[in-house]
Design a protein around this ligand. Structure first.
Ligand code: ADP
Ligand code: GLC
Length: 480
C-alpha cells in the first residue's frame, strides 16, 4: 500500500511541537510494517538542507504566486525514508518559525504557502507529478495540510483514500473568504459550506468535511472535540461525521527518548538501576545553579508557554511548590506575559526557579531525565508527548485529566497504588488551587521512597511505542 504523509513539521529538521515528533516516527513505524510510505514537505531552508540526495522530479509554475515550483525527491536524514520536497524560494525560503514572520505575526501569504502543500499532494495522488509513484492513501496532518483532502475531493477522477489527523483543533487555519480565488478552489453552493467557517475560509474545516476518515491523536480528545467545550465551533460537524471520526493515541520514538541510550543526558540508566537518574538530577541542579540538595523535589515544565498548556496555573501554584521545598525548571517559549511572569519568578527565587526561554532540544532531554516531576496542567491536550517521555525516564507526570493526558496517566490514588497501576498524578479543575493541592500530595508521596520507586518503575515499564498505533492506522487505511 502506497501512503503519502503530508505535513509541515518533521523532527529534527523543523519542529515547533509534537507534530514534528509524530511525522518523524509514524511513517517509519508504518514502513516497518511493510507499507510503501513517503512524506511530502514544504521546502523550508532546514528541509532543503537536511533531506539528502535531493533530485528533481518535475518543475511547475507559475502557481500560487511563485514563478517556479520544483518538486524534488530525497531521503530523510535519520530514517532514510523517501521525502518529496516542494522547492519554491518565493514561498518557503524563510528562516525561523514555519508559520510566523520575525515580528510574530502570521506570514501574509500563509494561505498560499499551505494550500500549495495540499495542491501538490492532490496532483501526486492524480499521478500527474511523478510517473514512478502514485499514492493510494494521502494522510494529511493538521490544518496546514488540510486542503489536500479538499483538492482530491474536487477532482472527480480521483478515488484516493484520504485520512486527516487532527493534532490540534484550536488552530483552524482561518483566512478571509475571498482568498480562495488565490487557491484554485471551487467555492459555490453546497461547496461553500464545506470550506466556509463563519464568513472565513477554514483549512481545518475543509479537511474535516472532505477527508474520508478523520482521526484525533487520542481517544479522549476524539470524544471531547464533539462537545462545544472543546469543539471550537466545529463540534457539530465532527458529531455528524459519526463513525468516520476515531481516536488513535500517538506513540513515542524510543530511539530518541530512552534513558538507557540517550546521548544528551549526563548518565544513562534503566528501571533496574536508577543510579544514573540521581546523577542526572545532581548534574542538572548544578547546571541550573540550584543549591544541590539531592532530596529537594525537582519539578519541570518543557512546553509551549501558552494558555492551552495551563502555564498560568503553574505560576499560581508556585508558592505551594516552593513552600514544600520544591525546585522548578522551565524550558519553553510562548506568550509574552507568561514568559515575563516566569522570568520574574526566576529572578525572585534564583536558588529554586530556573527559566530557559526558547527552544533547546538537548536541554529538554536533560530536564526530563533529571527532574522528579513533570508538570502538564493543560486546559486541553490532544495527546501530549512530554508526559510519555517523562514516564520512560522515571519522572512522574502530574497532569490535568484531559485529552491524551487522561488516556495515559493513572493517578497515584491509594487504590491505584495498591493495585500497582499508578504512574503519575492527575487533577481535574483547571485552577491553580487544584494544581497546588495535587502538588502537595505529590510532595507527600515523594517522602515515601519505596512508594515513589514503585510508581517510577510502573511508568518506565510501560510501552507507548508506535507499534500498536501503526497497526490502527494501517487498519484505517485498509478500511477505505
Ligand atoms: P505540543 O505539540 O502541543 O506543543 P506535545 O507534548 O505533543 O505538545 O509536544 C511538545 C514537543 O515539543 C515535545 O517533543 C517537547 O519535548 C518539545 N518541546 C516543547 N517546548 C520545547 C522547548 N522549549 N525546547 C525543546 N523542546 C521543546
Ligand atoms: C499538538 C497537540 C499535542 C499533540 C501533538 C502531536 O501539537 O497540542 O497534544 O501531542 O499535536 O500530535
Amino acid at each position: 500500500m502506497r501512503v503519502l504523509h503530508v505535513a509541515v513539521e518533521i523532527y529534527p529538521l523543523v519542529k515547533t511541537g509534537g507534530l514534528a515528533d509524530v511525522v518523524a516516527a509514524l511513517p517509519v513505524a508504518l514502513a516497518e510494517r511493510g507499507l510503501d510510505v513517503r512524506v511530502l514537505l514544504p521546502g523550508l531552508p532546514a528541509v532543503l538542507d537536511g533531506v539528502v540526495d535531493l533530485k528533481r522530479v518535475i518543475r511547475l509554475g507559475p502557481a500560487f504566486g511563485a514563478a517556479v515550483i520544483t518538486l524534488r525527491l530525497g531521503r530523510l536524514p535519520d530514517s532514510g525514508l523517501l521525502a518529496y520536497v516542494i522547492d519554491t524560494p518565493f514561498l518557503y525560503r524563510r528562516d525561523g518559525n514555519p508559520y510566523l514572520a520575525p515580528d510574530g505575526r502570521d506570514w501574509r501569504d500563509n494561505h498560499r504557502r499551505f494550500a500549495l502543500l495540499g495542491w501538490i499532494a492532490a496532483h501526486l495522488a492524480a499521478g500527474e507529478l511523478d510517473r514512478d509513484w502514485q499514492p493510494e492513501v494521502v494522510h494529511a496532518h493538521d490544518w496546514h495540510a488540510g486542503l489536500a483532502p479538499a483538492y482530491i475531493a474536487q477532482n472527480p477522477a480521483l478515488s484516493t483514500a484520504t485520512v486527516f489527523t487532527i493534532h490540534n483543533l484550536a488552530f483552524r487555519g482561518l483566512f478571509p473568504l475571498d482568498h480562495h480565488t488565490d487557491l484554485g478552489l471551487l467555492i459555490s453552493g453546497a461547496n461553500q459550506s464545506a470550506l466556509e467557517f463563519h464568513g472565513q475560509l477554514s483549512f481545518m474545516k475543509a479537511a474535516l468535511v472532505h477527508a474520508k476518515r478523520v482521526n484525533a491523536v487520542s481517544p479522549t480528545y476524539a470524544r471531547e472535540i464533539c462537545t462545544p467545550e472543546f469543539g471550537w465551533g466545529l463540534d457539530g460537524l465532527l458529531r455528524d461525521r459519526g463513525a468516520d471520526l476515531s481516536g488513535i493515541l500517538n506513540g513515542v520514538d524510543y530511539s530518541v527518548w530512552d534513558p538507557g541510550s540517550d546521548r544528551a543526558i549526563h548518565a544513562n540508566y534503566t528501571a533496574g538501576d536508577l543510579g544514573g537518574k540521581k546523577a542526572c538530577k545532581a548534574s542538572l541542579q548544578a547546571e541550573l545553579g540550584f543549591s544541590g540538595r539531592a532530596n529537594a523535589p525537582l519539578f519541570a515544565v518543557v512546553s509551549r508557554l501558552t494558555a492551552q498548556k495551563g502555564m498560568d496555573l503553574v505560576l499560581g501554584a508556585l508558592p505551594t511548590l516552593l513552600a514544600g521545598g520544591g525546585q522548578l525548571v522551565v524550558v519553553g517559549s510562548g506568550e509574552a506575559d507568561i514568559e515575563a511572569a516566569f522570568r520574574a519568578a526566576a529572578t525572585a527565587h534564583p536558588q529554586a526557579v530556573s527559566v530557559h526561554l526558547g527552544y533547546d532540544d538537548a536541554l529538554s532531554h536533560r530536564v526530563i531525565a533529571g527532574a522528579d516531576i513533570l508538570l502538564v496542567p493543560s486546559r486541553f491536550e490532544p495527546c501530549g508527548l512530554t508526559q510519555l517521555y517523562a514516564l520512560r525516564y522515571g519522572t512522574l507526570p502530574l497532569v490535568r485529566r484531559v485529552g491524551g493526558l487522561a488516556d495515559t496517566v493513572i493517578d497515584a490514588t491509594p487504590e491505584h497504588l495498591k493495585a500497582g497501576s499508578a504512574n503519575g498524578f492527575v487533577f481535574d479543575d483547571a485552577g491553580s488551587r487544584a494544581l497546588a493541592t495535587r502538588i502537595g500530595e505529590a510532595l507527600a508521596l515523594y517522602r515515601d521512597p519505596s512508594a515513589w520507586l514503585q510508581v517510577q518503575r510502573r511508568g518506565m515499564a510501560q510501552d507507548f511505542s508506535w507499534a500498536d498505533s501503526a497497526v490502527r492506522y494501517e487498519a484505517l487505511y485498509r478500511s477505505i
